[in-house]
Design a protein around this ligand. Structure first.
Ligand SMILES: [Fe+2]
Length: 344
């Protein structure tokens, strides 16, 4: 262990009890010797047990049908979410409005984020009703195993073929070592050619084969040349998925007014686009500390703080960039309609 690692050892030890997942940046989490003795496998097993226990206290949030869909597959897909006239009104108010937007470029894909703060939701009442409604909130809280307010943004994915490196989200991967929920309520149709979200059904479960694969990855992840893999977002090849008992995946080319909520501890990817595309969705994310025994409550459910999580994250990112004098990864690019062409 070098002198820098020795100095950081107390911090790295504390991070073991948190959601910290980077094998490269944490000498304890990334230690091949400790992982040979089962550190990573113990961590992932404990997080799974705690998530299932929290989830058992959240069953009131959703129907048995949706609960069973999640338990079987790791995702829930619902089409025709809103009555036609309600969806039309929501779509019109979103598409016609101008919002302050941020953009992030990954390979040949630009993702635009529009933070849904209370002020923005006041201007888009149909969207506010959906975001704070029981269906969306219930699915997010159950799948993410936490009774907390999800982080919600408007999300536009703009893909321009042949420009830049390939999109890193196109490889099947698990976001981190514990359950997290991500969702997309699609405001426009998504065709197969548009690179739809894809998921490996059943890959949210910790089977013996999955644990063996996790063990193998944990021995070498710290020195992996693949940036997200070394940070604990493990990538899996088609052969590896098949060896884990997952020979197939499902893609979600879906009509507008469809909702997908997925546990992104399971393997998922954005399939390659075969034409320039613009996908527009309400994007939700819910991530709870993996070793938190309680499902809630959350201060962000209190009046005045509700729907402020995404806004606070923006402020924190901005402050961090200023303190560290580095560029923001998702800078503000101006006031735009959600479907406008990419600025970055
Ligand atoms: Fe992901």
């Amino acid at each position: 262990m070098g002198s820098k690692s020795l100095l950081l050892a107390p911090l790295h030890a504390v991070q073991l009890a948190t959601g910290t997942s980077s094998f490269k940046d944490n000498a304890i989490i990334g230690s091949p010797a400790l992982n040979r003795h089962g550190l990573h496998v113990k961590r992932i097993n404990l997080a799974d047990r705690i998530a299932r226990s929290r989830r058992r206290r959240l069953t009131r949030w959703l129907s048995k049908k949706h609960r069973d869909a999640y338990e079987d597959n790791g995702f829930v897909l619902i089409e025709n979410v809103l009555p036609d006239e309600v969806f039309r009104a929501l779509s019109e108010e979103v598409e016609a409005s101008v919002f302050e937007a941020r953009e992030m470029k990954q390979g040949d894909t630009v993702t635009r984020f529009i933070t849904l703060s209370p002020a923005v939701l006041r201007r888009t009442p149909q969207l506010e009703t959906f975001v704070n409604g029981d269906l969306f909130q219930g699915l997010m809280r159950y799948v993410g195993a936490g009774n907390i307010d999800p982080l919600v943004t408007l999300h536009t994915v703009l893909t321009t073929l042949g420009k830049g490196r390939p999109d890193p989200q196109q490889t099947f991967h698990s976001d981190t070592f514990h359950s997290t929920a991500k969702s997309w309520f699609f405001l426009r149709d998504v065709a197969v050619e548009d690179g739809p979200f894809s998921y490996v059904p059943g890959s949210h479960r910790l089977t013996k084969a999955r644990l063996e694969w996790e063990y193998e990855q944990s021995l070498t992840a710290a020195s992996s040349p693949i940036h997200p893999h070394s940070r604990g977002s493990f990538r899996a090849s088609g052969d590896e998925l098949a060896a884990m008992g997952h020979p197939t995946f499902v893609s979600f080319p879906v009509p507008a007014n469809s909702l997908v909520v997925a546990d992104t501890h399971g393997f998922h990817a954005r399939r390659p686009s075969t034409r320039p595309s613009t996908r527009l969705a309400v994007y939700g994310s819910l991530r709870v500390g993996p070793f938190m025994p309680f499902a809630g409550p959350d201060i962000f459910d209190l009046p005045g703080l509700k729907n402020r999580k995404a806004q606070m994250l923006d402020w924190m990112r901005c402050a961090e960039a200023k303190v560290l004098r580095k560029k923001e990864s998702q800078p503000i690019v101006g006031w735009l309609r959600p479907g406008d062409p990419a600025v970055r």
